[in-house]
Design a protein around this ligand. Sequence first.
Ligand code: NAP
Length: 518
Amino acid sequence: MTLLAVCISPKDEKDFLEQLKLAQLQGAEAIEIRTDALNDPDSETVLELIQDVRKTGLPVIVTCRDIREGGFKHVDFSCRLEILRKAILAGADYVDVELSNFRHPDVQSVIKAALGSSSTRLILSAHNFEGPFQDVQILYESILSLCPEAIPKIVSKANHLNECFAVFELLVNAETPLIAFCMGSSGQVSRILAKKLGSLFTYASIDEKNAAAAGQLSVGQLKKAYRWDSINSETEVFGLIGSPVAHSLSPALYNACFEKDHLNALYLPFLVEGDIGEFSFFLDQMRRLKRLGLGGFSVTIPHKTSALEYAKQHGEYVDPLAVTIGSVNTLKIGFNGLISAYNTDYSGAMEALSSVIGSGTHRLHQMTAAVIGAGGAARAIVAGLTEAGSSVTIYNRTFSRARRLADEFGCKAESFDAIAALKADILINCTSIGMYPQTKASPIPDGILNENMIVFDTVYNPLETELLKKAKQAGARVVNGAEMFIRQAIAQYKIFIGKEPQESVVRQIVIEGLTSKD
Ligand code: NAP
């Protein structure tokens, strides 16, 4: 069982009691006292703090972190040792000692003598703040050979998400209690997956301001955004693969839908930087670790074409539409890691458009459409429009890309400058122009919009872009990017789970998420 340990880094006992109360209210499952944060660290104060935690009934971990391993400040060596010794004698449930210090015969003899017949468990911790350890399995074994009763704690910085796999592997194979996860933004998901994979603790802060280490999440984030209380070894894991992913609405959206549908499932943001090499390594490793129990992935910038290539090589099924569009935004992982690949941007965009046309997409064959942009979103939309029979012209900053896309789908291509003379029934922005934070930008000059047009902006942050504001002023009918996002997410959820989510839940999360960002 994995406990959510809240790190309290108090200045003094008053500060400690305030933080302890908050930690309890938020549902802490254990308390780590970072005694190295005290203004005057001394063993008598620490005994008081241990008694304070005792009253809550929560397990207590006492740590006096060496400044060389992330401590808040320099605390005299003998003082640190005395704090740990007294914590053991006072019956703390766990004391955390740095492996490097425990190798010192003096430290070892004092700690071992104090442990004697006490019930306190010793955590021997190793940290690497620069990057991964050379071999975590050897490190794990060396800790146990030094002290077979110890609980190894192995924490390293992940400079890339792919550096977490050695830690996942260790958790899967460990035969004794172990604490292992990665620090940094690339390692953040490892703090959540630690529960699925059986780490003894995951550490959290009381709030986002008080993180005691890089990438540490708050109790609130873990519980509300990442369904901490419902994670167990059976939880099915889904996620978004992309870069960046930190501000994506998808984790909140999927986790809320899983909750509503009472599913034992979790959706995480997987920050995979790099190109197809890193993307393929990530998917290979995730699929290899069967204990992760994968359900599927959403795929976003910059990996949609890599996802198609990967699915062509390793997939059981690739939707022909995704091949036509040239990109995949949905990977469903079935039994034995089998992959099927789809693109739901197409249906999302077409459904969003028909919501404003009001009679499905069949009237599109009578219409002319101007598509601005020639990237992934444009490909899905051009495929949908040409399939429906619209006469499409593509305008793109890099004309050669517009030309290639137009040739592929039998459309016309124009340069970006030609937008000034554009005439069309439907105008669709498939560039990121107007997206937060450049919210005053618009992909078109003034004077080309009129009340007979339909204007669709795929940008969904902000909800109402500058382009849509101008379109409304001109009397045009408008479709925002959120409508496409919502509809593609509903289609994707159905592929993942086999049934549609409650549309009202999806709408609420998306609109709330985007309104709070406006
Ligand atoms: P992409 O493949 O990277 O393509 C980006 C396109 O935007 C390219 O055509 C690029 O032109 C053009 N572009 C970028 N910055 C520009 C600038 N400053 N001036 C002129 N053109 C510029 O990205 P994508 O996946 O197609 O995404 C494009 C937009 O669609 C994004 O805003 C994204 O948020 C949105 N989108 C929305 C949804 C939804 O569900 N609502 C789904 C997918 C995408 P060059 O070829 O010259 O580089």
